[in-house]
Design a protein around this ligand. Structure first.
Ligand SMILES: *Cc1c(COP(=O)(O)O)cnc(C)c1O
Length: 489
């Protein structure tokens, strides 16, 4: 190993790059190696081959500049091994993906900010294949002519929901916007006052209606809307009756809503379509899997809805997408709108969606093959056992400042699905010891987020809760290894 920190090697080159004029100990700072000298260290050959010489040079310059400043402030001159380690660390930080894997121990399964659904292995394989090869995305292999990308999933969606036709766009917000625009632009869209929803990330029904060129006509009251409210509002300018699923909130007590069949009948009597924005849109009855019931697109369609929209990456457990299913004439109108082209999905989305829908169509081992369903149906005893396995490692990482206890808690489904429902779960609850001060929990939370793989927990009732529902058994060892880094100061 060459000793790069020789006295007298650091004249010209780092003066150009560092820009720090040292006053207090210029002699010591001058003992840092020159940029080119450090750059030539054989230990950096491999990183240079991976990241490119220019990136390594930049890292070397930054590291030398930082050290020069530190030396001027009184720090010792580091040896060459230390400098090289710093360069490598800097490169790994700069080149770490911004789309970093994290441990979702927040207790929310379908967490929008953490990427919502984990996809089935079949979907992952299908996406990899679609990335690697040409695919018949919009190509009719039988005739050699142009095809339609919606046809990749249309038969599956028809079979699963009973719809006559289906189309797919980038997300459910896009599905709602496009459907409103195609069916009711320059016309009135009637919706209950209780359904003027806001979904996270600035999806607000009144704003979407405006963007679609519809005139919003709100009927009824916040808690009670009746069939006659819709009937009274229908007139020559009516273009559409809309129902939006409450999703992320609940209204209980003295309430009245109008069911799909009644709304479809009223719409039909006035010659306008009836559209339902379901939001999460499970494809199977979740009650059969021991979960709270969520409305299904097939139920709204069977009750007479002309168009139903729902998300691909909420309860469906597929890729981000907006699914629009319904009557053939309504879907044809939607597909003809120029906005459809602007909102279309990529071949990667289609690949993942097709593979996910095929699992539903098979009806076979859904709880094993669909990670979202697997996580939602995970048993409390199983989660508690995971807590017991990990508690010891966590204790040694945070003791004596924090205690670790295995406790029952409640997970949320997330993404606006079934907001009032909780799933019995178990967590590691971390509580500060008596001697630990003030914002200790918040600081611990910061440290967990600063781990090589950030750990996302939640603070409640004076404890930091790590709900292990979403820690997959195959990731437990990696998790234990990850929290070891908490022990170093
Ligand atoms: C989630 C949701 C949306 C938005 O769907 P995205 O897929 O996030 O674009 C729209 N409407 C309802 C009722 C929802 O729950």
């Amino acid at each position: 190993m060459p000793n790069l920190a020789l006295p007298g090697t650091g004249e010209s080159s780092e003066d150009k790059t560092g820009g720090l004029k040292s006053n207090s100990s210029p002699d010591a700072a001058a003992r840092l190696p020159a940029v080119d000298r450090l750059l030539a260290a054989p230990q950096l050959n491999a990183v240079a081959a991976e990241h490119g010489t220019l990136q390594v040079k930049r890292a070397v310059q930054d590291v030398l500049a930082e050290n020069r400043a530190a030396i001027v402030a009184g720090a010792a001159v580091p040896d060459s091994d230390t400098l090289i380690a710093q360069v490598r660390l800097r490169l790994s930080q700069v080149w770490a993906s911004r789309l970093r894997p994290v441990f979702n121990l927040s207790g929310t399964v379908i967490h929008t900010n953490l990427g919502r659904a984990l996809l089935a292995e079949e979907a992952i394989t299908a996406v990899a294949t679609a990335m690697r090869t040409y695919t018949a995305l919009e190509y009719d292999v039988a005739s050699g002519g142009r095809g339609d990308r919606d046809h990749i999933v249309e038969d599956l969606l028809r079979e699963l929901t009973g719809a006559e036709a289906a189309t797919v766009v980038n997300n459910n917000a896009a599905a709602v916007l496009l459907s409103l625009k195609a069916l009711a632009t320059r016309k009135e869209a009637i919706i209950s006052r209780g359904e003027l929803i806001e979904i996270g990330g600035a999806f607000r029904m009144p704003d979407i209606m405006k963007a679609a060129g519809c005139k919003l006509v709100e009927v009824g009251t916040t808690n009670r809307t009746h069939a006659r409210d819709y009937e009274d509002a229908c007139g020559p300018k009516t273009g559409l009756i809309v129902k939006a699923h409450w999703s992320n909130y609940a209204i209980t007590g003295f309430i009245a809503t109008v069911d799909d069949a009644t709304l479809a009948r009223i719409a039909n009597a006035h010659g306008v379509p009836y559209m339902v924005d379901l939001g999460a849109g499970a494809l199977v009855d979740l009650a059969l899997h021991g979960l709270p019931k969520e409305p299904l697109p097939q139920e709204s369609l069977a009750a007479g809805a002309d168009v139903v929209t729902f998300s691909g990456d909420k309860l469906l457990g597929g890729p981000q997408a907006g699914l629009i299913v319904g009557r053939a004439d309504a879907i044809a109108k939607i597909k003809k709108d120029p906005l459809k082209r602007a909102l279309r999905v990529s071949k990667l989305t289609m690949a993942a969606l097709e593979a996910t829908l095929r699992i539903y169509a098979s009806g076979h081992r859904l709880e094993e093959r669909l990670p979202t369903l697997a996580l939602l149906t995970r048993r409390q005893a199983d989660i508690r056992a995971a807590c017991e396995r990990i508690a010891g490692a966590l204790k040694s990482a945070v003791a004596p400042s924090f205690s670790v206890a295995v406790e029952d808690c409640a997970s949320q489904i997330g993404s606006g699905s079934l907001p009032a429902e909780r799933l019995p779960s178990a967590a590691l609850a971390l509580r500060p010891g008596a001697k630990v001060s003030g914002r200790a929990i918040e600081r611990l939370q910061d440290r967990l987020r600063a781990l090589p793989t950030p750990v996302i927990g939640r603070i409640a009732d004076g404890a930091l809760w790590l709900d292990l529902r979403c820690l997959l058994p195959r990731d437990e060892a990696a998790f234990v290894e990850n929290i070891r880094a908490l022990m170093s100061p």
